[in-house]
Ligand binder design. Sequence first.
Ligand code: BES
Ligand code: ZN
Length: 635
Amino acid sequence: MFRNSVYAFATILLFLASCNTSENKSPQKNSPMKNLFHDPHSFAIPSEAVITHLSWDAVVDFENKSIEGIARYTIANKTGTDRIRFDTRDLIIQKVTIGKEEKETSFEMGDEQEFLGQALTVSIAPKTEFVNIYYKSKPAAAAVQWLSPQQTADKSHPYLFTQSQAILARTWIPIQDSPGIRFSYDARVKVPAGMLSLMSASNPREKNETGVYRYEMKQPIPAYLMALVIGDVVFKPIDERTGVYAEKSRIDAARWEFEDMDEMLRAAEELYGPYRWDRYDVIVLPPSFPFGGMENPRLTFATPTILAGDRSLTSLIAHEMAHSWSGNLVTNATWNDFWLNEGFTTYFEKRIMEKVYGADYAKMLWALSYQDLQSDLKDLKEDGMWNDTKLKLNLKGRNPDDGMTNIAYDKGSLFLLHIERITGRERFDRFLKNYFSDNAFKSMTTEAFLEYLNAHLINGDSVLAAQINAEEWIYEPGLPEDHPVVKTDRFEKVEESIKAWLGGTPAQDLPASKWTTHEWLHFLRKMPANLSKEQMNELDQAFHFSESGNSEILAEWFQLAIAHRYEAAYPRLKAFLIQVGRRKFLKPLYEALAKTPEGLKMAREIYKEARPNYHSVSYETIDEILDWKPSESPN
Ligand code: BES
Ligand code: ZN
């Protein structure tokens, strides 16, 4: 009876809390509900029964593209319930046992729901502490990309990597796949001989003959930070606590490119407190990795497209490193609060870059981010997705991957810059440092953040509250009028050069010899929309854009080439689209091509060849742009 009423009360609270998030309003001040939230993208019911530790035992079968494993969970049965619920998608559940003695128990698979998968409900007893799930993943597991030797740099061994964020961990482990649920883990993984296997945990440095590797992650993490990568990779240290993994042919380039990583990590600690995850390593993946980087704890996953050869794209490392605080330590409670992860991280990233490379450098990053924000606002308005320009999202019933746009990054970080400018740096830094330490290893809703902001920064100062204007920044679409704008002389000079060139100065006479990647990006972004073939050709002859080894410059140049039908760049464009699977580059390029009938035709021809190289995250997006039916390609 008592248990039932506790349960009923908790359910009511949970219901109220979920009404609150779905209406997208902030709760009343001093609400006792601030720590109760409902995650619309998980079947788990953590208020009843929740996982606290995972012991994962797995064998990876490259031939059948399957991971066969046992997920042994320690659980907390909070209400004495007779069931615990997990998330699964495309998994084959073989059997489930409970307790140390592994007594077989009954389980039920719910109906399949688009992108959410199926609930797995396991029968337990009020005192059950251990639940063991025997299972197998399918070749279609959306998190996992199985690469042939041909798709790697060294072409000798196959390769595998996972990408769990946002809700794909459930495609390779039955798990409570909500960012608001944390657990520690250990693992034992068996892989084919000749390969090294790494996780988001304590990692080996070299291959062993048995192909069996063990891991430990003592700090509790949410499921989206579960990660596995297997390949013929080697390790090189940078300092005692940082290092790089990559395939042999890339390791020296990677080690050189990321040499400042230890300095970045010290800069981050000076800003916002100690690094809490022991080691910080980066692995450079094959080019099909769908993101620039992924902040898997202790082991950032990175695209090889940031190996520019001049260290000019390493703000991405600062970004993933910054997630060790914003995201991995203080974690968005649901994907509706995504801006708490990415906005804080984007702000933090720029602070690290400023500390290591100076204010001029950081200003250019801010200016480019502002340009991205303006173009995202424009696109979302045109696409009728204006509500997605709010920081606090409402993704219920949607695939979170569709609503998690760059707004969280660029508007989120601009909001923090806005607060910094009002309070002054020193005061804001003190606030942020405390925010990370007070909330370490906890999840954060937007509403709880607002309460924290009120209690620890605003502190009853109504003038300050009005200046910060948090409610408008967070709950309204678009950009408040008094937002900060970052100006940089370096970009103004670039604009003068563009004017001079359009006024007749030959391209090769422009004072561009010392420009950095960011100035080149600005140069390309500021080009008028109506250049002639001769002008495009002149630029290419003078600056060799089509041959650039810098992926960011190349992608920006390809945009211009498509818009102006500059066909001389098309062979390189095609090669790029086939080789690189990073969605940030693919999406705008395919979109630009799809604007004209000939472009669309070419895009679809290229895509036929390119699609087998892409991870599901990327091809799901591009299928839609090109109206591609999966039946059009064998998979
Ligand atoms: N955590 C993100 C990647 C992500 C976001 C994966 C949403 C799945 C869903 C990562 O930290 C990130 O933001 N990567 C950026 C790089 C950054 C410098 C903007 C990327 O991949 O481009
Ligand atoms: Zn990020």
